[in-house]
Design a binder for this molecule. Structure first.
Ligand code: NOJ
Length: 742
């Protein structure tokens, strides 16, 4: 083993003091080149160890390898590092395991629709086990960028628009990946990304500039990252984007002042792929040498893919621009992560210690996650659930009904479509010979402009009692760099709906999508809409169970659905403004008289040509039963700055079916040192209610929960009046109020 192992005889023998001592001891033995070597993350050979990589590892020039999932190759990489490099420092082996490994869970945005941290944690745990069995010890997840622009393809990877929900679910993912003991078999290091503000890319175009005032950065974009740090996340990845003129990869405010000094993060910060080299492309530096200097001094410890550190850090130290102390801090952050992972003690992977890839219990968990991710957006004439007993025939239409690959969604490098069960297959299995299933694709892909399959689809509809259409977006239309300027249904899908609507049959739309779609024109043409996102390996059975009432839907939107693309950005937690649009002041373009005088249309905040409300608000989601809220109350009636307050309401299942409701707590701070949002989510609970059951739901609030960053960009708690709501969606009206007192 390595000389560093000598420290095992030192006292103390565990805990952070011991860890820091081991790091110091190792650092003392390292040359500057070996230190800089630890900062390099390089691509793997993909299933073999190329000669140049072996040599680089032997020379101590590699700290991490990215994208190797062949366990024999990973073990050979580790053996080379541990046995053939001078100091025997093991490697971090990184991989994007975003929503499952071989077993694919719903896309993160879909998982977020479950509003179920335990389910999200389990999904990450299973993904960690499968990835770890291939030698991966570091994943680049959770992605916790607040995403309020559905044009941005990466919204699919996100947990939605809200800081509180994203923080809760992102922390759950961290716990799932890392387990209680990061060094245990099956635990892998998580990486909260992309730090920070990436979701605010202008016009929803990936990699674009972001301009986020510091107050908004702190109040909206950073809280999920702080929650991840509090949950013990091992690493952070910087964003590709320019943040207020200083690209995130070189942004000292966020990387040093906030992350390290204010939050006390002592883990590893990695760049995004080539993002240090790209500092010059941004026009922030004149070339790689300056880029290396800016990123390193801002606090990026490891460089992914590009090699500016390898080429320039040593000379920057020799020239006196960078200190060896700074280099040591960077290396310590990397070594600390390797020690925490237990890699010095157990560098090799023994897959027999872990469950099989795609084990039955993994697939069962993916199915359950898919069920909870489904959001029933509309069910006007209670066309759902379908009854296998009373239907004679059902038409299953659309390019996404029977595609094992597309249902997996974006970012599934290791997803194995052979484990996928499609909706068509699952519906056939579920109804057996009780119901005839007519299947027609209707249209080749979601983007096709042809009508060649319309006639067959219409014939299938005419022979059926009900039509279920699987439409939306294929996986390739969302994810990194897959952005859209118009988020309606692509291709000829709307025309297909029109053709099917002309049959007069009840229409159910199952939306498979990586983002909210703008469906104002489409929704009135159909009777029911189920948002299934990209539901993963077992999405098919989950959809079948919900369509046929084996399960009642319980998902709630983690993101607003706009009516039309032009409404973006539209999100529930917006500011009130001085002249808000209201039902009384709204004027539709068709109602404006010819030659109307300028001041005749109200002068409040709305678009003339679309209603000012969204199509579906954040938090919306129906069930096969109905829930009602009443009696929102607070106890005690005032919240003292050192106290707590309990907010309660009665929730009743008013239907004759059991169901699960997500009760949501929102507050509004009426007057602020800076203007405050009209509503902010502060709590949620999944509540199971039997038919006609009535139950109290309660939440506790503290002044800390009501604090925010004010004009001086410091956290403040301001006395004053608050409104508080408990309900089943962000548009809830069931409200109480209280004062926060000195
Ligand atoms: C670029 C992406 O932005 C990031 O999310 C991902 O983890 C890295 N590439 C590695 O694949």
């Amino acid at each position: 083993m390595t000389e560093s192992m000598d420290t095992e005889q030192a006292e103390p023998t565990s805990g952070s003091a011991f860890l820091e001592e081991r790091i110091r001891t190792l650092l003392q033995q390292m040359t500057l080149e070996e230190k800089i070597g630890q900062m390099a993350q390089v691509p793997s050979g993909g299933g073999h160890l190329p000669h140049h990589l072996r040599e680089a590892i032997q020379r101590g020039q590699v700290g991490s390898v990215i994208n190797e999932v062949d366990v024999a190759t990973v073990n050979e990489l580790q053996r080379t590092a541990v046995e053939e490099s001078r100091l025997g420092i093991p490697l971090l082996v990184g991989r994007d395991v975003i929503h499952g490994f071989a077993t694919v869970f719903p896309i993160p945005l879909g998982q977020a629709a479950s509003w179920n941290p335990r389910l999200v944690e389990l999904g990450a745990r299973i993904a960690a086990h499968e990835a770890a069995s291939r030698g991966v010890n570091w994943t680049f997840a959770p992605m916790i960028d607040i995403s309020r622009d559905p044009r941005w393809g990466r919204i699919a990877e996100s947990l939605g628009e809200d800081p509180f929900l994203t923080g809760s679910l992102g922390s759950a993912m961290v716990r799932g990946f890392q387990g209680e003991d990061l060094s245990a078999p099956g635990s892998i290091a998580a990486c909260a990304k992309h730090f920070a503000g990436y979701g605010a890319s202008e016009s929803g175009k990936d990699y674009n500039t972001t301009n986020i005032p510091e107050g908004e950065l702190r109040n909206v974009y950073l809280p999920p990252f702080q929650a991840a740090v509090d949950a013990g996340v091992a690493s952070i990845m910087t964003s590709f984007s320019d943040l207020n003129g200083v690209p995130a990869t070189a942004n000292t405010l966020i990387l040093q002042q906030i992350l390290r000094d204010e939050w006390g993060f002592d883990g590893l910060v990695v760049s995004d792929w080539d993002s240090i080299h790209q500092l010059a492309v941004h026009g922030f530096t004149a070339g790689d040498r300056d880029s290396a200097f800016e990123a390193a001094t801002a606090g990026v410890d490891m460089e992914m893919a590009s090699q500016t550190y390898a080429h320039h850090l040593a000379s920057l130290v020799h020239d006196g621009r960078m200190t060896i102390e700074h280099i040591d801090t960077m290396v310590s952050n990397i070594l600390r992560t390797k020690f925490r992972l237990g890699l010095f003690d157990t560098p090799y992977t023994d897959p027999s210690l872990l469950p099989d890839i795609a084990a039955p219990e993994h697939l069962a968990a993916a199915r359950h996650a898919a069920v909870e991710s489904l959001v029933l957006l509309k069910n006007d004439v209670r066309v759902l659930p379908l009854s296998a007993e009373s239907l004679c025939a059902v038409a299953i239409i659309g390019p996404l009904a029977d595609d094992q690959q597309e249902q997996l969604g974006t970012w599934i490098f290791d997803g194995d479509a052979r484990h996928s069960v499609t909706a068509l297959q699952a519906i056939r299995d579920l109804v057996g010979d009780r119901v005839t299933v007519h299947h027609a694709r209707g249209i080749d892909t979601t983007r096709s402009h042809d009508r060649g399959g319309f006639d067959e689809a219409v014939r299938a509809a005419e022979q059926s009692d009900v039509v279920v259409m699987f439409l939306g977006e294929e996986a390739i239309l969302s994810g990194e760099a897959h952005c859209r300027a118009d988020i309606g249904l692509p291709g000829n899908q709307e025309a297909l709906i029109d053709a099917l609507a002309a049959t007069g049959k009840p229409l159910v739309l199952v939306l498979m999508t990586g983002r909210p779609l703008a469906l104002e024109r489409v929704v009135p043409k159909v009777h029911a809409v189920v948002c299934a996102w990209h539901p993963g390996s077992l999405g098919g059975p989950a959809i079948a169970d919900v369509l046929f009432g084996v399960e009642s839907p319980s998902g709630k939107l983690p993101v607003t659905f706009p009516r039309v693309t032009g409404q973006i950005p539209i999100y529930y937690s917006h500011k009130h403004g001085g002249k808000p649009g209201t039902p009384e002041t709204f004027v539709h373009i068709d109602d404006i008289q010819a030659r109307a005088p300028q001041l005749s249309v109200g002068n409040t905040s709305f678009h003339f040509d679309v209603h000012y409300s969204p199509l579906y608000p954040f938090g919306h989601g129906l069930s096969y039963t109905t829930f009602e809220y009443d009696s929102v109350r607070v106890d005690p009636p005032e919240l003292a700055v050192s106290g707590t307050i309990t907010v309660s309401a009665e929730v009743t299942n008013t239907g004759d079916r059991d169901g699960t409701e997500v009760a949501q707590l929102y507050v509004r701070d009426l007057v602020g040192n800076v203007t405050r949002p009209v509503k902010e989510l502060k709590g949620f609970q999944r509540v199971f209610l039997a038919a006609y059951e009535r139950r109290t739901v309660s939440f506790t609030l503290t002044p800390e929960d009501l604090s925010f960053f004010g004009r001086a960009n410091t956290r403040i708690v301001e006395p004053g009046r608050f409104h508080v709501w408990i309900g089943g969606s962000s548009d809830t009206q069931t409200r109480a109020e209280f004062d926060l007192t000195d």
